[in-house]
Design a protein around this ligand. Structure first.
Ligand code: MLT
Length: 322
């Protein structure tokens, strides 16, 4: 199985030809253009990873809200102890909320059996932008393998929509989009059966994301560095949450594909194909060391004047990593 210079799959497949497109920012795709497609919403740092973590740890559902006040009002409608509030503004936990937007906070003991009422700056917004698609799912590095299995079996054209940061391009999302495109093209025919395999037609956005991913992910260390110097990575490092960048850079650690239902406005795990999981390749071995290292750096920056979040662009305009 190989890829042509244009990125299209050239495997000896008898399967269908399908489009894979990437919008580098939400405004690159009109809501109507997603009708009939599977939309994959990517907010790599951190909303996508956090939603996957909450559902993988047994949350009943995740309900995304645009504004903190809407989530708070919704909580009042739940029985005591059945729902928790999660999310961020400026990267930090919102006052009165149970959790912020760190995947590490959404542990099994906190979320199992509960509804997570969730609001983030960009991630929850892009879900509503993509809501007209036939199916809307959440993608990131953490659920890469099972997402690709899901997309292979779904048999529709795929449109990956990067959340960006306040409408601007965010490299961390483009990297994750490139990983998805790359993995779609790498699925070995023996994993799915040649007759069912798709031939993917990548648009220019998908080609660009793929090229970026290939250059940036030569080694786990390169990938972690690319994430750290992305706008979302710099913002997190500046508020001493660099450990989250490492946590979110782990590949194929979660077996869940969150699906957004526009009628109930909630996210639940989609039914996954029954086939045995596809072989994992490459970067899965990125171990906990990156997280531990980054945690030390977060702690070391405390009291040094760094990491106050002030003027560092948590709100969009990030300072270069210094
Ligand atoms: C977002 O939705 O804007 C992000 O997930 C922000 C963050 O991680 O703090």
């Amino acid at each position: 199985m190989s890829s042509s210079p244009t990125g299209s799959s050239t495997g000896s497949s008898t399967g269908s030809s399908r489009a894979v497109k990437v919008s580098l920012v939400p405004s690159m795709v009109k809501a109507d253009a997603l009708v009939g497609m599977v939309a994959v919403v990517v907010d790599q740092l951190r909303a996508s990873t956090t939603i996957c973590t909450a559902l993988a740890n047994g949350a009943k559902e995740v309900k995304p809200y645009l504004e903190p006040m809407q989530a708070m009002q919704a909580k009042a409608r739940y029985r005591e102890g059945t729902a928790i509030l999660g999310g961020e503004r400026m990267g930090r936990r919102i006052e009165g909320f149970d959790c912020g937007n760190s995947p590490a906070e959404f542990s099994r003991d906190k979320v199992s059996g509960k509804v997570v009422l969730f609001t983030t700056t960009n991630g929850t917004r892009v879900l509503y932008h993509a809501a007209r698609a036939e199916r809307v799912v959440v993608g990131c590095l953490a659920n890469l393998n099972c997402l690709v299995e899901f997309l292979e079996h779904e048999k529709r054209d795929v449109h990956i929509v990067c959340a960006g940061v306040r409408g601007e391009l965010a490299n961390e999302d483009v990297l994750a989009a490139g990983a998805i495109v790359s993995r779609l093209m790498m699925v070995a025919p023996e994993d799915l059966g040649a007759e069912t395999r798709s031939v993917w037609r990548a648009d220019d956005g998908a080609m660009l994301a793929l090229g970026f991913w290939r250059r940036a992910s030569a080694t786990p260390e390169d990938l972690l560095e690319a994430m750290r110097v992305s706008i979302g990575g710099r913002n997190l490092v500046s508020i001493r949450m660099g450990a989250d960048v490492a946590l979110c850079t782990r590949v194929s650690t979660l077996r869940v594909v969150p699906e957004f239902d526009r009628n109930s406005t909630s996210l639940r795990g989609a039914r996954l194909p029954k086939d045995p999981p596809m072989k994992m390749v490459g970067l899965e071995e990125l171990a906990g060391e990156g997280v531990a290292e980054s945690r030390k750096e977060d702690e070391a920056s405390e009291g040094t004047g760094m990491g106050t979040g002030e003027g560092t662009g948590v709100d969009g305009e990030a300072a270069p990593k210094g």
